[in-house]
Structure formats: C-alpha cells, structure tokens
Design a protein around this ligand. Structure first.
Ligand code: OXD
Ligand code: MN
Length: 579
C-alpha cells in the first residue's frame, strides 16, 4: 500500500464522512455491478442497445452544463504567480472556504477512490492521479477517459507519487461551486458540479493546469493540443500538434478524412485535446496524448463533418445532454438527419416543441479512443511521437491568411501568444468579438501566463531541433460574410503545404507576417476554389495588420514585466516589417 495515498484517503474520509468507501479496480466485473445501480438511480438511461451497444444517456443539472471559468481558481501562495489571466485565491482562504463545504458532504453517499494514469501505462512520460469522488458518473467517465483502476495502483507502487483530486457533487448550487487548483502542492479540489470539464479531474485540471505548472519546473510542456499523424504517398509518417480555441474544430482536424487518400495522403489520430511534450535525445519535441478517450462536442457532428467521431461513439460511450427518441436513439442539432417525430429534449421534456435546441449546445460524448477508426497504431507508444510542426489557429473573418509559417521559433511563440478568435453568434450572443487566447491555454494555464510565454521561449533554446510553427485560419469570409474556404477534409491541403515546407519542398512568399504559400505551391487539384478566391485566402492587408499590432500591444500590456523581452522584440520587428 502506498502510504501517501492511504493517508490522503483517510483525511478525505474524516472530512467528507461517506457511508461507504469503494476502491475502483477498473475491471469489467466492477462496471457490470455499477451499471444497474446507475440505471436504477437514474444517473444513466439506456440508449437503443441494438444500434448503440453499451451506450447510455446522462442529463446534468440544467445549471451545470459547461466549464465555469469564473469559478475556477489557481491558489498559489503569491497572487503574482497565478498571473493576470487567472482567478486567484490564497491556499489558506480557499481551503477554509471550500473545506467548510466538503465537511460531511459525502454523508449518506459512497466515496469512490479512482486511481488513474495519464499517458500510456508503463510510459516514462505518464503520470498518476487519484480522484476521490462521490459520483458514479465520474467513475464511469474516468474509466473511458483514463487508464483507471488496479493498473494505476500497480504503476504507483508503495512509494510512487500522484496528483490527488477531491470531488464532491455537493448541492449543485452555482453559489457553492468551486474548481480549485493548488499547483504548489499538486492538489485539485472540485465542489458542487457534475459537469465533465469540472469533475473529470484528470483532464483539464490535472493534464493542463497542474501539469503546465509541473512542466515548467521540470522542463517539459503540457499543451491544449491535438496530435495528428500524416502519411504521405511514400508511406512516411509525420506528426503535427495543433492548438485552437474552443469551437474551432480541434476534434474534427484530429480525425480529418482525407479526400486525397487515393493519392496516398492519409490522416490518423493520436489525440484530440491534450499533448504532453518533452525534448528527446535527438533534440526534437516528442508528444504523448495523456488521455484514453474523447470528450467531444456533439452538435454539428455528422457523417459529413466527422464520421470517425460518430463511429467511435457508436458503442461503449456516454452521451451527456443530448435529445433522445422514444426508441432510445440519441439526436442533436447538426447530426445530419431529421429529428424523429417525437423527441425528448435534453431537459427531459417530451415531446420536444422545437422552440429551443433539443440537445444542449455543449452536449457531449465520452468515447474510448481505441474505438476510433482512424486511431494511429502509435497512439499508445510509451515514448510518444516526434512532432515536426506546431499549428496555431483561430477564427478570423478578415485578418489572417489560410496558412502561414513563422520565421523562427521565437516568432512562432509570438504567433501563439497573440492567437485570437472571433466569437460566433451561436456561442456568445454577440458575434465578431475578439478574444485573445494564447496557445488556446487562456482557461488552462496553471500559472502566470507571462512566465508561461518565457517557458516556451526557453524550450526553443533547449530543443536543438524544434518543430516548425504555422498558423491557420479556416474561417476567412468574403464581403458578404460567406466562408471562402471549404474546411473539414480539404484542410489536408494546407497540411500538405506544411509537410512540404518542413521537407524543404514547397515554395513560399515572404510577407511581413511570415511565409505564405505561393498559389501554385498549394495542392488544389480537384477542389472547386477559383484563383481569385485563392488569392483572397492568401492575401495580407497591411492596414488591417497595423491595427492588429495596436491590439497586440494592449494585449501584451496585460502581462507587465512578466512579458519576455523576446516577445516585445517580435512585436517591434513585425511593426517594422509592416512599415
Ligand atoms: C474541452 C474544452 O472541453 O476545451 O475540451 O473546453
Ligand atoms: Mn479542450
């Protein structure tokens, strides 16, 4: 028995006073015993077992349907260490305030001790976490999203270390809901929510917020990135990692179905959300996907946009907050099929009257990655895969071209640090509002973001052969607000350009913002995009970019003295190039 684990579990028992304690072993038999209990308590309802074997529906409380950035805190002893972009509470205040809520919170309930591994079992790059929760929904999801149970205890051993995370569902009262991170002691506390992103503590809380803090100390990187594998016509494999803010299609890109497969270009998935990167002996960055499952958004997911996600989630998956037909078929907006005549919406209203969306816009599937039809055979490689390109992206109607390459590592870090996305009307009620989301880590960086930029700069010095850095924008619009790039599978074309750039084969045009493809260097055969449109996709408007540098300057001011001088120098250099 691991003494630290036993001590911490005892401490949590004293604090939360559960009626029972169950140590999860992650076995099939264990799940088979839990399932009837979840069905009987209404935590899960069965979906159509003929069409969706092993799939279940879960409904969260209507006030508890998404991550809560305003209730998420980084609790470092000094406020400066959390930085200007995080909510901060002192560890003492946080523990006093939320400790009071945890007191007796599991009375009448069972405490589940959930040991798990982030990363492939046995990998020197993986790390162990233990979540304590009073929610069977958490157990069922952690079983899909991580390597959970005895396998983690075996890897932990008697004196191994782990990240403890305590979760209690509490009263689901938004005024008594807190997601707290104590990076200095690698501890997570989550109270008062039952929504995945707030309670599956291995994901955002550990693998991004706590891990980013650890990574800076230990000289590696924990990033909000998909990892994809590209096979070229010669059969050679290249791996790329990409960071996009929410609602920019990360899962879709990770599972891209190549329209050029007959020419030998094929994409496979390593991960769709998180990458842990370390410098290998060859000076390259090597990445693992710490997760074992996908927690993907359903609305907009169809056989057209992401068939692989639908196939992955066709069995052994949990559907959260979708609508359902009388015969147990899940349904959501943008599924690509007509709704059945009678539908129960995500709130349980039957029949759905069609006035509001039937599925919650943030309804999700939790599905095992190993079921993904395009998962790479290397996805569980204990050493990870070498990354040749890092791709940043955002949703910009006008400004940024389809794809461009940075001039250097530091210029690439500048591109990542100034990344931004315009909100869509569907998401925010107000469209076109610009949100800067550096490296897509704004809600997930576990420490001062200025120091995080500095860590990026230093990693480029330490890695003798770092990846090339690119920026993409699938969302450019014409004067009438119409998207001019088809996106989805066709995104393979800029990806092939990146591959050719890495291999020194593709031409580029040097511009003030970086290197943009020449029109003839993009593989456009078989695609119905006119030369004028292509020109527009690759164009750069100097006046717009000058305005952008003013906005970047304001963004940089947020970080005060913590902004690395290398990034201010990149801004000065960009202004100079713009004239
Ligand atoms: C996610 C997110 O759920 O980034 O992956 O919000
Ligand atoms: Mn994410």
């Amino acid at each position: 028995m691991n003494a630290k684990l036993q001590r911490w579990v005892d401490e949590c028992i004293r604090l939360t006073q559960p009626d029972n304690v169950h140590w999860c072993d992650g076995s099939e038999e264990e799940y088979e015993k839990m399932l009837p209990e979840m069905l009987q308590k209404g935590i899960l309802t069965e979906l159509n077992q003929k069409e969706y074997p092993g799939c279940y529906l879960h409904r969260t409380h209507p006030n508890d349907v998404a991550r809560v950035e305003n209730l998420t805190f980084i609790c470092t002893s000094k406020k400066e260490d959390a930085g200007p972009t995080n909510n901060w509470m002192s560890p003492a205040d946080a523990k006093a305030k939320v400790g009071e809520m945890f007191k007796g919170s599991m009375k009448g309930r069972t405490m589940y001790v959930i040991p798990y591994i982030m990363g492939p079992a046995g990998s020197p790059l993986s790390k162990i976490g233990v979540e304590i929760s009073d929610s069977l929904y958490v157990v069922a999801n952690m079983r899909i999203m991580t390597r959970m149970g005895q396998i983690a205890l075996d890897q932990l051993g008697e004196d191994g270390d782990f990240v403890p995370g305590l979760h209690s569902t509490g009263e689901l009262d938004p005024n008594r809901r807190f997601i707290l991170h104590f990076p200095e002691e690698s501890l997570i506390w989550s109270y008062g929510s039952g929504y995945g992103g707030n309670v599956l503590l291995g994901k955002k809380c550990f693998s991004l917020r706590i891990a980013s803090f650890m990574a800076r100390k230990e000289g590696w990187m924990a990033e909000h990135m998909l990892i994809l594998e590209l096979e070229d016509p010669s059969g050679k494999l290249t791996w790329m990692a990409a960071a996009f803010p929410s609602a920019c299609g990360k899962t879709n890109l990770a599972m891209l179905v190549s329209p050029l497969e007959n020419e030998g270009y094929k994409v496979r998935t390593i991960g769709d959300d998180i990458a842990w990167l370390r410098i290998g002996e060859d000076g390259r960055l090597w990445a693992i996907n710490p997760e074992a499952g996908f927690f993907g958004v359903l609305p907009g997911t169809s056989m057209e946009t992401n068939s692989s996600a639908l196939v992955t989630a066709k069995s052994n998956s949990i559907y959260t907050n979708v609508a359902v037909s009388d015969n147990g078929m899940p349904w959501w907006e943008g599924m690509g099929v007509e709704p059945p005549p009678i539908l129960t919406d995500w709130l349980g209203n039957r029949p759905w009257n069609g006035e509001k969306p039937a599925a919650h816009p943030n309804s999700r599937f939790t599905a095992p990655a190993r079921q993904c039809p395009c998962i790479s055979p290397r996805w569980e490689d204990p050493m990870g895969v070498p990354i040749s390109a890092i791709i940043f992206g955002g949703r910009r109607a006008k400004l940024t071209p389809l794809v461009y390459q940075s001039n250097s590592w530091n210029h690439g870090v500048f591109i990542g640090a100034t990344m931004a996305s315009e909100t869509t009307s569907a998401a925010m009620g107000k469209s076109g509002v610009l949100r800067r989301d550096p490296m897509a880590m704004l809600p997930f960086c576990g420490y001062n973001m200025g120091q995080y930029f500095d860590h990026w700069i230093k990693m480029g010095v330490k890695a003798s052969n770092p990846p090339a850095i690119f920026h993409v924008n699938w969302f450019r619009q014409d004067k009438n607000g119409k998207f001019i790039w088809p996106g989805f599978g066709e995104n393979i074309r800029p990806i092939i350009w990146m591959l050719d750039r890495i291999n020194g084969k593709a031409k580029g045009r040097e511009t003030p913002i970086g290197t943009v493809p020449t029109p003839d260097s993009l593989h456009m055969e078989g695609l119905n995009v006119s030369n004028e449109t292509l020109e527009q996709l690759l164009s750069i408007n100097v006046e717009d970019w000058k305005a952008e540098t003013d906005s970047i300057e304001k963004h940089f001011q947020t970080f005060g003295d913590d902004l690395p001088s290398e990034l201010s120098e990149e801004l000065i250099a960009l202004k100079k190039r713009l004239g």
